[in-house]
Ligand binder design. Sequence first.
Ligand code: NDP
Ligand code: 2IT
Length: 446
Amino acid sequence: MSNSANEFLQSVIATNPAEKEFHQAVHEVLESLWPVIESNPRYQTGKILERIVEPERVIMFRVPWVDDQGGIQVNRGFRIEMNSALGPYKGGLRFHPSVNLGILKFLAFEQVFKNSLTTLPMGGGKGGSDFDPKNKSDLEVMRFCQSFMSELFRHIGPNTDVPAGDIGVGGRELGFLFGTYKKITNEFTGVLTGKGRNWGGSLIRPEATGYGLVYFTQEMLGTRSDSLSGKRVLISGSGNVAQYAAEKVLEFGGKILTLSDSQGTIVDEDGIDRDKLDWVMDLKNNRRGRIKEYVDQYPGATFLEGSRPWSVKCDVALPCATENEVHGEDAKTLIDNGCFCLAEGANMPSDPDAINRYLKAGILYGPGKAANAGGVAVSGLEMTQNSMRLSWTRAEVDERLQMIMHEIHGTCVKYGKQGDFINYIDGANVAGFIKVADAMLDQGVV
Ligand code: NDP
Ligand code: 2IT
């Protein structure tokens, strides 16, 4: 047992060099957990921390495929099977050129705690590839997915490991992946979630992360007898999570000022209303365009090339793009401009300096592993429906999603209440951890 959180972190860094995002995720969790470890000798003698940072299994594989010109391309595929104490490994697949082992290990590590918080029986995992689906034809994406699954299939299964989408993996990719799995194994099973709704998918799964994020935000605002109605809201990203977060913010009466992508941010002081959002959804999902095209369509808006949204004055900020997209300086700007609530649709979008500033300022801060858990929660509901071979209605799934987000919020409050302040990050980390740690102790040294 290490003598301090820092000593433990240093040992993790030494064992896993060059995985800076993984170090960051472990560090953040350790800060919340150390007091729990110190006051629980069972966790110390059970070497729970030492075991929980070590993936149960890491799979890395070659993904060769043929492009439209007949050239051979080679990418790297990964699946991190992090922890199965609570259920089959569960977590998304990310296709993005930045993908590497450290990024997927951070995501898989976060997923273990997030899935625990959902109350559903799911372990944690994550996978993906450094393949970039941008500017690839549908047939190229299909050939890549077929090659990827021709290796991954042997490691996954409805009771073993159930992948889903993440950055760069949406309905199109999941369809190609599922088709290949089905062909190779000759089985139609719930091996993936986020499936099309005609072939085993759950209603509300595409919407779930964004909707869940906004339900969680409403819960947070509710602790201050406030709501999204009339609030100025910044959203980053313009993909799956951002789009459905925007849809739900509009339903609750918020005014959306920004969306973004990796090239920059569009700012619309008149507000991105339902019609404009429909246009964005068509742009991103059907035409696979770039967010800067918004200003050609709506000339009242401006495009901030190469910038993130955080300099725009707001009440509520919802980062929904990627990790480390809110830095300490951005947090300062947000807070100075009056932002008093930030909830994370993305995984680990705030860097450690930013988080410290939120906590110091005492704003409402909802960390990703709680605030964006709605996506994987509805994935869990999709698994349930697949097992029962039936489909719930949209209203039924949405009601369960709202209930789960309400319960996650309550759990964060229970474990994170510090006087008048709710420290949601401590709440989420501690509550998520205890369930997994106790299950690991129950199951012995495995
Ligand atoms: P999408 O691929 O649908 O959209 C991603 C969006 O983020 C795009 O607008 C993309 O812009 C932008 N983005 C991606 N990488 C970067 C980058 N390096 N810098 C700036 N912008 C970037 O992904 P999702 O909406 O599914 O995922 C967004 C976030 O939410 C991720 O952190 C993911 O892990 C998290 N998440 C997703 C869940 C889900 O169910 N899908 C569940 C829980 C969390 P561009 O097109 O220019 O790349
Ligand atoms: O980060 C996440 O929670 C996801 N990408 C969704 C995972 C899932 O299995 O639905």
